[in-house]
Design a protein. Structure first.
Length: 448
């Protein structure tokens, strides 16, 4: 017969089956959260782009449209460090699970509000102002999502499987890109965006935003019913001011090292995630929008497989060595491939397709190690704040990539400017990886 002492022992030392079940649920929750987060990021880039005329003045020129689009994209990203600071504190003092639930509820409401916005003909310039403000608010809440969910999943993961878990979580990025692209492509085939009065421009673009909001609410229900609080967090001694502790002593050194790393990652990502579709299009290398979408969907679906393999490799050779090798490949091979794409892609469609896929795999697959690596850089008491802020705050400067490219365009052909940003970002990643320690074997209970 089980005694009271037996029950206490079971509670303190949960069985491997229960521990494995908890870690799987946390992994699924983190993956869903990352998928929803990236789904939201790409909504204005992919789903709204064909319908941007709905929110802007008909007399606005190409430069004006570019500025508005850039502001919408930047608002989403700039809101994230604000959310990371707010929800990082909640996650480090109240709980990872509760922070994720509140953040995703807010993100769903903000995205749903965008889906019902009137356009320029109803509200004038106020329509795009409201859109940008709502994107900023959604960014704040989404900055809180991964701030709670990813530390929870990493703390629940067995040490020897953190690389695998990290890669699986990161597949939410390419799969979200592919999902938004496919949904938008299907909608455009059914209702082409042919002028401001066409069905897609008037209401078709709203469908992906509604889907994004619904996904947020589904994630909230999943966390409420399924995911338990992190056992590591529950047992840890908590601090009254995680942000103050984060910027003190060795934590501050860790933060700035990860901040430099993430600045490089975000800067090198912009030429691929944001500029590459425009480079491939009719005003660049001459591909139709449908062909560009299909090539990128294939590339990102392949990336989902490579992400897992890359993160598992980091578990074998070490995070630091993986990041050094990956960033070196970005700075050399990827930069050369980008230059070749610009130089020869317009006259060689096969080369353009191969180069595009290679760029996506080379530049984006090193991201697969980040959920594990960044969490391993911080102790439990500031892990969520450190992860969320270092990851999010680093996006601010790179988010103005369009302005950097415009400046570079005054001294070199514009299409080559993406290669410069890619190279500079890769060099920053390499420098930060060399600066930081190996983290593969860190005990997330003790931070050592």
């Amino acid at each position: 017969m089980a005694t009271q002492d037996d029950a206490l022992t079971t509670t303190r030392n949960p069985s491997p089956t229960r521990s494995g079940d908890r870690s799987r649920k946390a992994l699924i929750g983190a993956w869903l959260g990352f998928f929803v987060d990236l789904f939201d990021i790409y909504l204005p880039i992919i789903a709204l782009a064909p319908a941007i005329a709905y929110f802007i003045s008909p007399g606005l020129g190409t430069a004006g449209v570019g500025i508005v689009s850039g502001c919408i994209f930047a608002a989403t990203l700039v809101g994230r460090p604000i959310g990371a600071a707010i929800f990082g504190r909640i996650a480090d003092t109240v709980g990872r699970r509760r922070a994720t639930i509140v953040a995703m509820t807010g993100a769903g409401v903000a995205t749903l509000a965008i889906a019902v916005l009137p356009g320029y003909h109803q509200l004038g310039i106020l329509s795009v102002v409201l859109f940008i403000l709502l994107r900023l608010l959604a960014g704040v809440f989404l900055g809180g999502e991964y701030t709670g969910a990813n530390p929870l999943a990493m703390e629940a993961a067995p040490r020897e499987k953190r690389g695998l878990y990290s890669g699986i979580i990161n597949t939410g990025f390419p799969l979200a890109y592919a999902a938004v692209s496919i949904i938008t492509l299907v909608l455009l085939l059914i209702m082409p965006a042919q002028g401001v009065d066409s069905a897609y421009v008037q209401w078709g673009w709203r469908i992906p935003f509604v889907i994004g909001a619904v996904l947020s609410f589904v994630l909230v229900l999943y966390y409420r019913k399924t995911v338990e609080e992190s056992a590591v967090f529950t047992k840890a001694t908590r601090t009254g001011s995680p942000l103050k502790q984060l910027f003190t002593g060795t934590n501050a050194v860790s933060f700035f090292q990860v901040f430099v790393l993430m600045t490089g990652f975000w800067l090198s990502l912009q030429p691929i995630a944001a500029s590459l579709p425009l480079l491939l299009g009719k005003n660049g290398l001459g591909m139709s929008s449908r062909s560009v979408t299909l090539v990128l969907v294939v590339a990102y679906l392949l990336l989902a497989v490579v992400d897992v393999a890359a993160a598992v490799l980091s578990q074998r050779i070490g995070r630091r060595r993986f990041l050094v090798l990956g960033s070196a490949a970005m700075a050399t091979v990827a930069t050369v491939v980008y230059l070749a794409l610009v130089r020869y892609g317009a006259t060689n469609s096969v080369l353009a397709v191969i180069a595009t896929i290679a760029l996506v795999l080379l530049v984006v697959s090193p991201w697969a190690v980040l959920p594990a690596y960044i969490n391993e850089r911080f102790p439990t008491s500031v892990r969520a704040s450190g992860y969320g802020l270092a990851y999010s705050l680093a996006v601010v400067l790179p988010s103005f990539y369009a302005f950097y490219q415009a400046g570079l365009g005054t001294i070199m052909p514009f299409n080559y400017t993406g290669a410069v940003l890619l190279f500079l970002g890769a060099v920053l990643v390499l420098a930060a990886a060399l600066w930081g320690p190996e983290t593969r074997d860190v005990d997330l209970h003790t931070g050592q």
